[in-house]
Design a protein around this ligand. Structure first.
Ligand SMILES: Nc1ncnc2c1ncn2[C@@H]1O[C@H](COP(=O)(O)OP(=O)(O)O)[C@@H](O)[C@H]1O
Ligand SMILES: C=C(OP(=O)(O)O)C(=O)O
Length: 530
């Protein structure tokens, strides 16, 4: 990454912002957030905040500054371009809007591996957002500071409304990323997820240049210290399934795979809390009760201030943001070796894919590039029920380079590591969304563990006729019917039709970046998609 330099912003950061050292962050910012109003302490001492209408991410509000560095590199088809002049005006106007405000500054680090670490400064008028990002990234002092002088600066102006005519934005909400100077401006949205995903987006642009594969995945270790990765778009189970007391957590959501192994980009977790229960997800539930945890859009009982995770009246996208340190089982230094297992999590809203399938390396790359899943209600504004989508690399909104860049890096790493690859459907069975049901978490966990603990090595498999991947015929503790989705549908011909439809969608989607060789690892159809 390059050095950041912007005199006005630099001066604002140096002269006006309140600075908190690592160990005083939580008490200082919780107190400030409470005195600013709009925040409440839960019965257990977490900080609860609501974001009104600004409850989710909107990929349409994202802009990238097109300049000499990014011009030929950025592929991001869902992201609009902003001219360097428009960005400069946005930066100046957003900074000016904060001129009479108390600002909170967080100087943090991203990248647990010191060789790939960079400094991130966040400047915000909102104490709870400052606490959020302090929870999510690495606080200096938590690990040894790397030597890289690179810096990212995020100006967070959540109440500033962009002017489309002046700033070139689509609406009053804008997340603009200048990848040459590593400056981000976030305006017109209170959704805290934008801050962490901006850091991730910058990382995804720069990391391949340093031979690091950036990944939208969670990661954990087994008792032998072997690393497993869990890729998936929001809501498919990265956080939930990687939380397992028997498997120390490397990280929750964003990682790099360097020549030496895997490192967490962050230092915290951003868990969905919708329908969270102490029984099904005890570690995450316990984390929601810690001092310093930020609960976003979780409804509290007005008298007792006990969170009601079943109340989705504000949004489905209710969240808990906490430092990874509050979890009972975490990997030392948030790093792991070269992965042994790679899992792609997909929430199939059509109810067609089996709950688990083993992939060849070629199939793994095909599914990684395709990124088939459903957008689950809530995370993205406007999505109220599961919607089938192809999100390249299971994270298209955050991947600025052509998916082929990441795909080639994954292919090379799968080849050299010999890691096994699995596709796990955490979505629907017995019919699509509205007819069938979401596969229960206990079954998904059982299947995942069977894959991770070697139980399925040498197990008898059937080759799926349409998709070509290998599906186990029997897994201990799982009804055999569940393993074959066709048998879970009341109407098998409806299943066949839906499966062909989905296979056709895969083929149509793949045309945009697949070579013939890659496409051969995809579904086989008698009639190829036009
Ligand atoms: N079979 C399943 N596997 C994984 N998660 C499930 C399953 N069924 C329901 N869920 C729910 O789906 C959500 C997954 O969210 P999360 O793990 O935070 O996703 P991500 O980290 O990928 O954004 C959680 O609320 C979890 O309880
Ligand atoms: C925070 C987000 O995603 P994830 O659930 O994958 O962390 C997001 O997409 O805004």
């Amino acid at each position: 990454m390059r050095d950041f330099s912007h005199p006005t912003l630099r001066a604002a950061i140096e002269t006006r912002a309140t600075y908190c050292s690592a160990n005083e962050v939580a008490p200082a910012l919780v107190a400030k957030a409470l005195s600013a109003g709009g925040a409440t302490l839960t019965a257990d001492g977490a900080l609860s905040v609501t974001t009104g209408a600004f409850t989710g991410r909107s990929p349409k509000d994202k802009f990238i500054v097109r300049d000499a560095l990014t011009k030929d590199k950025v592929w991001w088809d869902n992201t609009a371009a902003m001219s360097p002049n428009q960005f400069e005006l946005l930066l100046a106007d957003a900074s000016a809007s904060l001129a009479d405000k108390d600002l909170f500054r967080q100087d943090l680090l991203a990248g647990a591996d010191p060789r790939h670490q960079f400094a991130v400064t966040v400047l915000t008028p909102s104490a709870w957002h400052a606490l959020f990002i302090a929870n999510l990234l690495i606080r200096p002092g938590d690990i040894e500071r790397g030597t890289s002088p690179a810096e990212v600066t995020i100006l967070h102006a959540p109440h500033f409304k962009a002017d489309p005519a002046r700033h070139g934005s689509r609406t009053e909400t804008v997340i603009a990323l200048d990848m040459s100077r590593n400056i981000v401006v976030i305006a017109g949205t209170l959704y805290a997820g934008e801050i962490k995903k901006s850091v991730f987006s910058l990382f995804n642009f720069h990391a391949p240049l340093n031979d690091v594969l950036p990944m939208h995945c969670s990661a954990n270790l087994n008792e032998k210290g072997e690393t497993a990765l869990f890729f998936g778009l929001s809501g498919t189970g990265k956080t939930t399934l990687s939380n397992d007391p028997a498997r120390p957590l490397i990280g929750d959501d964003e990682h790099g795979w360097s020549t030496d192994g895997v490192f967490n980009l962050e230092g915290g977790c951003y868990a969905k809390t919708v329908k969270l229960s102490a029984n099904a997800e005890p570690e995450i539930f316990a984390a929601t009760r810690k001092f310093g945890t930020v609960l976003e859009n979780v409804v509290l009982d007005p008298t007792t201030h006990v969170p009601d995770f079943n109340d989705t009246s504000l949004t489905e996208n209710t969240r808990a943001a906490y430092s990874i340190e509050v979890l009972p089982s975490i990997a030392k230094g948030s790093i792991g070796g070269v992965p042994n297992t790679v899992v792609f999590l997909t929430a199939d809203a059509f109810g067609v894919l089996p709950p688990i399938a083993r992939l060849t390396p070629e199939q793994a790359v095909y599914h990684f590039l395709s990124g088939y899943t459903a957008k689950v209600a809530g995370t993205e504004r406007g999505v109220t029920e599961p919607q089938a989508t192809f999100s390249a690399c299971f994270g298209a909104p955050f991947m600025p380079l052509h998916p082929g860049v990441y795909g080639e890096m994954l292919a090379e790493r799968l080849r050299s590591s010999g890691a096994g690859a699995w596709l796990i459907n955490t979505g629907w069975t017995g019919g699509g969304y509205g007819v069938g049901r979401r596969i229960d978490l206990a079954s998904t966990r059982r299947l995942l563990n069977a894959a991770l603990n070697g139980e399925l090595d040498g197990a008898e498999m059937r080759e799926d006729e349409l998709f070509g991947f290998a599906v186990p015929k029997a897994v201990k503790g799982i009804a055999p019917k569940l393993l074959n989705p066709r048998q879970t549908w009341a109407d098998t011909s409806a299943y066949d039709q839906q499966a062909e439809h989905l296979a056709g969608l895969f083929q149509q989607n793949f045309v945009k970046f697949g070579t013939d060789a890659d496409a051969a690892a995809g579904p086989k159809l008698a009639h190829a998609a036009e």
